[in-house]
Design a protein around this ligand. Structure first.
Ligand code: ZN
Length: 106
């Protein structure tokens, strides 16, 4: 009888989940409750449906490149290295296409 009770509980729990599913779908479909352009829920899923792509420039910092150069030896014969700049850091400008509505970048 106890095993039978547990089975009934599992079936009841499953039916409960099925009963709740349409409610959550109704909440999504309700106009104004979750606006596709505004909701972070939709943005997390990949943005709005009709993207409005706008060209934008983006500046990124390219770090300098250093190398170790042997400059001599100390009294114990241990090599002394110095940090030498190979290439200076610079700002790189790239053109990106960003959606004006959701902020997605392609
Ligand atoms: Zn978009």
């Amino acid at each position: 009888m106890r095993i039978l009770d547990q089975r009934y509980l599992k079936i009841a729990a499953l039916l409960g989940l099925l009963a709740l599913a349409p409610l959550s779908q109704a909440a999504l479909a309700r106009p104004g409750s979750l606006r596709p352009e505004r909701s972070s829920f939709f943005l997390a899923l990949g943005g709005c449906k009709d993207h409005k792509w706008v060209k934008e420039t983006k500046k990124t910092w390219v770090p300098p490149v250093y190398t170790q150069k042997l400059v001599g030896y100390d009294q114990n014969g241990k090599p002394i290295y110095e940090k030498v700049l190979v290439k200076e850091g610079y700002y790189k400008t790239t053109i990106i296409h960003k959606c004006a509505k959701c902020g997605k970048i392609k």
